[in-house]
Design a protein around this ligand. Sequence first.
Ligand code: TXA
Ligand code: MG
Length: 318
Amino acid sequence: MPATGTPRHPGIAEAAEILRAGGLVAFPTETVYGLGADATDGRAVARIFAAKGRPSFNPLIVHVPDADAARRIAVFDPVAETLAAAFWPGPLTLVLPLREGHGLSPLVTAGLDTVGLRVPSGEMARALLRSVGRPVAAPSANPSGRISPTRAAHVRAGLGDAVDAVLDGGPCAVGLESTILRTSPLALLRAGGLAAEAIEARLGRPLPRDETPGRVQAPGQLASHYAPSIPVRLDVAGHDPDAILIGFGPVAGDVTLSATGDLVEAAANLFDLLHVADARARAEGKARIDMAPVPETGLGRAINDRLRRAAAPRIAQA
Ligand code: TXA
Ligand code: MG
């Protein structure tokens, strides 16, 4: 991984190399500047959350150079095919079921079985994606809770040396994040740079908004977030014969998020290990998953947020 320092201003080939090596590269798209990482590399993706200072993990949009690359990651239904043909490349993100063997880190989708895919139209973004040859996860390149950047200078001011390199493509043409659409069941999840009317005109029917009125598709509100099949108990420092223990740092556990207490490694392992612990607990007849304490600092806040959701009682969501 490149050493941090003042973000550099590389060419596209160099930026692609930084991404392949697990670094973070901010790059222009037609909507806003994205903070990109190799979507197949869990540690690289974890660094996105660390750089943005996000208090929770939400699913990130995955950027690919064309529809063929998208079809290798997700399953397209006829509506998705129609919209991709009409609006890609462009400011439309399609939320689609993951295809087997997709290769993405589970951190990208926050453990969901769907993925938000987008083919940006900005020339620099397209050239970068072709050069990387891997899907690139990229939220807007701003610190959590701040305004999305539409110029390279905004990125440098907001993220400073948390990003390894910034590609400068001038101001973004659209300046508003992409429109997010789920195709099955059809719903507009986020209004954005592509007008809903244009989508409705292409489909020849009105677009249902997300079925829950007034509810934003924000991180913790995605109802399908992965939760283990058995109870999860937090802040457990020792072994209990009835439970599989997920360790962290000094608490060894049956499996560990990070033996060295590295929060980036822990974030990269989180969703995988919840699945692993769940399967092992069931195979070994254990009633519970116990989780070692994780410090409430840096990425630890997002990890704990996710663990608290996994540990929350399963009440039917209103
Ligand atoms: O214009 C854009 O879309 C910018 C540029 C950089 O491409 N990217 C962007 O990405 O806004 P991001 O990661 O900030 O958008 C994440 C949002 C999530 O909060 C969620 O609303 C939605 O995308 N999303 C992603 N994957 C999803 C999924 N599987 N199911 C539902 N919503 C999803
Ligand atoms: Mg954003």
